[in-house]
Design a protein around this ligand. Structure first.
Ligand code: SF4
Length: 201
C-alpha cells in the first residue's frame, strides 16, 4: 500500500484530536474530489512497518481520541489488508481509542461483500446513484478480512462525494449524501444506525 500523508493532530476528520492516514488509490473518481492526486495507487510513499510504529506512537498520548483512515479509498481491496493489520494493532494497544474510516463505498456494499449482510440490502443504482457501482455482491475473496475490518471500525463515513450536495456546514463530511454510521450498532441491529453528530448551525 502507498500513502500520501500522516497527520498527527487533526481535528477535522472525527471527534477530538486524531491521527489521520491518507492512503493512496481510489476508483470512485468523484467530480471535484478534494484529493484527486490520491486516486493513483502509487501516489506518495510506500507504507512500511516504520509508519505503523510512527502511528502507534502518535496515538499514545491520552489527549488523542483515535485514528482516522481516509484517502484515497481505505476500503479498496489493495488497501484494506494493511488497514486491517494496523487497526488490529491499534485496538490491541488502545482498546478505547476509536477507529473512523472514510469510504466512497456504501456501508451496505461493504457489509454484503464481507458476507455480513445479504445483497438484497444494497441500494440499487436507481435508489442511490454512484460512480463506482460494484457488479457483484457475493462475498469478496478476502471476505473474512473485510468482515474483521468492518467489525473493528467504530464509525464509517460512507458514500462518494457529490459536488451537487456539497455543504460546508456539515460536520465530518463533505456532501449531504454521505452518512456517519455507527458500525458497532449497525452490525448488531442489522440496519444502518447513524452516529449522532450535529452539523454546524
Ligand atoms: S471517494 Fe473520496 S478520494 Fe475517492 S474520488 Fe471520491 S472524494 Fe475522492
Amino acid at each position: 500500500m502507498y500513502y500520501g500523508v500522516i497527520k498527527k493532530n487533526d481535528i477535522a476528520n472525527g471527534p477530538g484530536v486524531r491521527v489521520n492516514l491518507f492512503v493512496s488509490g481510489c476508483t470512485h473518481k468523484c467530480e471535484e474530489c478534494f484529493n484527486a492526486d490520491t486516486w493513483d495507487f502509487h501516489y506518495g510513499f510506500e507504507y512500511t512497518d516504520k509508519q505503523t510504529a510512527e502511528i502507534l506512537e502518535a496515538l499514545k498520548p491520552d489527549y488523542v481520541a483515535g485514528m482516522t483512515f481516509l484517502g484515497g479509498e481505505p476500503m479498496e481491496p489493495a488497501n484494506r489488508g494493511t488497514v486491517l493489520e494496523l487497526s488490529k494493532q491499534i485496538k490491541a494497544l488502545y482498546p478505547y481509542k476509536t477507529i473512523w474510516i472514510y469510504s466512497g463505498y456504501l456501508a451496505e456494499e461493504l457489509l454484503a461483500r464481507a458476507g455480513i449482510w445479504t445483497a438484497d440490502k444494497v441500494p440499487t443504482y436507481e435508489q442511490v446513484p454512484r460512480n463506482r457501482v460494484l457488479a457483484d455482491y457475493s462475498p469478496a475473496a478476502d471476505a473474512e478480512n473485510l468482515a474483521a475490518l468492518l467489525k473493528l471500525t467504530d464509525v464509517l463515513v460512507d458514500g462518494e462525494f457529490d459536488k451537487n450536495k456539497k455543504n460546508l456546514r456539515l460536520k465530518f463530511r463533505g456532501s449531504e449524501n454521505q452518512r456517519i454510521i455507527d458500525m458497532k450498532e449497525t452490525i448488531k441491529q442489522g440496519r444502518i444506525v447513524l452516529a449522532d453528530y450535529k452539523d454546524r448551525a
